[in-house]
Write a protein that binds this ligand. Structure first.
Ligand code: LLP
Length: 438
C-alpha cells in the first residue's frame, strides 16, 4: 500500500527507496515514514469538506506522532494541530506552526500550561472541566487577554457492543456530561465570561472506529441539547468539533472506511439536523491522528536469535520491541510484517516475533507466516506510524530508534537515534558515591 513496492533485488521499497539500504545506513530498529501517503490522507480529509462546501478545520492529533519535521509537514499541508500537553505545544511552536491553528486538549492542563498557551496566542482551548474553565477565566482576567474555547462534551452513548464508544461513555475522565446538566452549566458560565469566547463544542467518541454509526449517534445526542440551548440560552455553536478516531487497516481483519465516507456521513447528519432545527450549519472540525500517519509508518528491525519449541512455537527475535512499539503488549494490537530483504518470498513458516525486552509479554506479533528467517534478515512491521514512536520509551535502557522520512526517492533523517550518552542526559551521580549526610 502507499508507495511501497518490491525492487529487482527483491527488497521492500518505500517512497522509491530501498528499505534494506536505509536500514544499513541508519541502523535498526528504524521508523520509516511514507510522506506521500501522509499528504494523500491530509488532502483526502480536507477535500471531503471542500467538495461539500462545508467550512472546516482538519486538525492533526499530534499525540499520534510528533516531532519538528512532522509538525512542519502538517503545517505545509494546511492542517490545524491538536496538542495535549505543554510539550506538544512547545514542539509545535518550535517547528513554527501558526499558533492560531493550534487547539489545546487535555483533562488536566496545569496553570503553567494554560499560561504558556495563552501567551503563545493559540487558536483555542478545548476546555474539559470546571476547574480548567475557572482557571482559564481567571488567567485571562489577570493578564487582560481574550481567548476562544470549545467545551468538551461527553455524549454519553452507551453501546456496549461497540468498543469504539469507549471514550464517549458517561463514565469517562473526559469532558462535561450532557445528561446531568454539567454541560449546560459550563455553557452558561462560558457565555457569562467576558474574557472567553465560546466558539462551540467538542466530542471524541473513541479510536480505531470502522463505522459511521457511533459518530451519527453522538451528533444526534448532541443536537438534542444544542436545540435546547439555542432556545433557552440563545446559544448555538459556530464550531462543532467531532473528534478523531477514524480507523486504519493493521491486518486484513480491519475494514476501515475511506476518509470521505466518515466525513460525508458526519456532514449529512449535521446538515440534516441543522435544517430541522432551523439553524445554520456550523463549521466542522475534526482531529484525526492515527488515520493520517498510522499506515504511513513502517518499522524495520534486524532478526537476531531464534528459538524453536518443537510442535509448540517458533520464536524469531528482533532488535526492538515494546520500547519502540508498546501497542501489542498494551492493547493486544495486531500487525502484519514481511522480510524487507526477501520481500517477494512466500511465507512458509508460522512464527511469533519477539522483542528484546526483559519481559515475556514483549511480543510484537503472535503467529505470522514468514519465509524461513535467518539472522541478519530485516523484518518490516507495517502500520507503526501512529502511537509507535510517540509511545516509545527507554525500558531496559534501550535507546529510541531514528525516524527517517522518505518521499519521491529522497530520504531525510528527522529524529536521530538516541545514544547511550542520551540515556544518561538527565542522570546525576551520587556525590562521592554516597548520599549527602551518610
Ligand atoms: N482527539 C481526541 C480528543 C483524542 O483523545 C484522540 C485520541 C484523538 C483526537 C485522535 O484519535 P485517533 O484519530 O488517533 O484515533 N494510544 C492509543 C490511542 C489513544 C488515542 C487517544 N486519543 C493507541 O495506540 O491505539
Amino acid at each position: 500500500h502507499g508507495t511501497s513496492s518490491i525492487n529487482e533485488d527483491n527488497h521492500l521499497t518505500i517512497g522509491g527507496l530501498d528499505t534494506v539500504q536505509l536500514a544499513q545506513k541508519y541502523g535498526t530498529p528504524l521508523y520509516l515514514y511514507d510522506v506521500e501517503l501522509i499528504r494523500q490522507r491530509a488532502r483526502a480529509f480536507k477535500k471531503a469538506f471542500e467538495v461539500q462546501g462545508i467550512k472546516a478545520q482538519v486538525a492533526y492529533a499530534s499525540k499520534a506522532f510528533s516531532c519538528l519535521a512532522q509538525v512542519q509537514l502538517v503545517a505545509e499541508e494546511g492542517l490545524s494541530l491538536d496538542v495535549v500537553s505543554g510539550g506538544e505545544l512547545y514542539t509545535a511552536l518550535a517547528a513554527g506552526f501558526p499558533a492560531e491553528r493550534i487547539h489545546f486538549h487535555g483533562n488536566n492542563k496545569s496553570y503553567d500550561e494554560l499560561q504558556y498557551a495563552l501567551k503563545s496566542g493559540i487558536g483555542c482551548f478545548v476546555v474539559d472541566n470546571f476547574h480548567e474553565l475557572h482557571m482559564l477565566n481567571e488567567l485571562c482576567e489577570k493578564t487582560n487577554t481574550q481567548t476562544s474555547i470549545l467545551l468538551r462534551i461527553t455524549p454519553g452513548i452507551e453501546a456496549h457492543t461497540h468498543e469504539y464508544i469507549l471514550t464517549g461513555q458517561e463514565d469517562s475522565k473526559f469532558g462535561f456530561d450532557l445528561q446531568n446538566g454539567q454541560a449546560e452549566k459550563a455553557v452558561t458560565e462560558a457565555l457569562d465570561s467576558e474574557a472567553i469566547t465560546l466558539l462551540g463544542v467538542h466530542f471524541h467518541i473513541g479510536s480505531q472506529i470502522f463505522e459511521t454509526a457511533g459518530f451519527i449517534l453522538a451528533i444526534q445526542k448532541l443536537y438534542d441539547y444544542l436545540a435546547k440551548w439555542n432556545n433557552e440560552l440563545s446559544f448555538f455553536p459556530e464550531v462543532l468539533n467531532l473528534g478523531g478516531g477514524f480507523g486504519i487497516r493493521y491486518t486484513e481483519e480491519d475494514k476501515p472506511l475511506e476518509p470521505k465516507e466518515y466525513i460525508e456521513a458526519m456532514i449529512n447528519e449535521v446538515t440534516r439536523l441543522s435544517a430541522s432545527n432551523s439553524v445554520s450549519i456550523p463549521e466542522i472540525w475534526i482531529e484525526p491522528g492515527r488515520s493520517l500517519v498510522g499506515d504511513a509508518g513502517t518499522t524495520i528491525y534486524s532478526v537476531g536469535s531464534q528459538k524453536d519449541i518443537p510442535s509448540v512455537r517458533h520464536y524469531v527475535s528482533v532488535d526492538g520491541g515494546m520500547s519502540d512499539n508498546i501497542r501489542p503488549a498494551l492493547y493486544q494490537a495486531q500487525y502484519e510484517a514481511a522480510l524487507a530483504n526477501r520481500a517477494g518470498e512466500k511465507g512458509t513458516k508460522k512464527v511469533s516475533v519477539a522483542g528484546k525486552c526483559c519481559e515475556s509479554g514483549d511480543m510484537l506479533i503472535w503467529d505470522i507466516l514468514l519465509p524461513e528467517a535467518r539472522t541478519g534478515d530485516y523484518l518490516a512491521v507495517f502500520c507503526t506510524g501512529a502511537y509507535g514512536y510517540s509511545m516509545s520509551n527507554n525500558y531496559n535502557r534501550i535507546p529510541r530508534p531514528a525516524v527517517v522520512f522518505v518521499e519521491n526517492g529522497e530520504e531525510q533523517l528527522v529524529v536521530k537515534r538516541e545514544t547511550y550518552e542520551d540515556l544518561l542526559r538527565q542522570d546525576l551521580p551520587l556525590k562521592n558515591g554516597v548520599l549527602a549526610g551518610n
